[in-house]
Design a binder for this molecule. Structure first.
Ligand code: FES
Length: 104
């Protein structure tokens, strides 16, 4: 496991999904209030970019823009069809506003 610095909390706009590349990985980063979530940027249904989707800040979920599956940001679980499998989710630490993500 390796920690990667992904910037400052204030670099990320509330409720707006942003794609982030680290090496070969393509991730999606979402900030809601002071919490930052990082998932693989690949819908488990048909591998569409989740960064294209809308974030529901009330339920802390992201909707795939292709067919509308919802994924829970806290653990990547698929909460609605047509997706049935989770998306990988990674832990983020926030040290005085500086963010690091733990990747395998
Ligand atoms: S590709 Fe995401 S729901 Fe189909």
């Amino acid at each position: 496991m390796t920690m990667f610095d992904i910037g400052e909390l204030d670099d990320f706009e509330q409720g707006i999904a942003r794609q982030l590349r680290i090496g070969d990985r393509v991730l999606v980063v979402i900030r809601i209030e002071e919490t930052v979530y990082v998932l693989d940027d690949r819908c488990s249904h048909e591998e569409f970019s989740l960064a294209e989707g809308e974030v529901d800040v009330e339920t802390a979920e992201i909707e795939c823009a292709r067919h509308g599956a919802m994924f829970r940001l806290s653990d990547g679980a698929a909460t609605t069809l047509p997706a049935t499998r989770p998306v990988a989710h990674y832990d983020v630490t926030n040290t005085n506003g500086r963010l690091e993500v733990l990747l395998p």
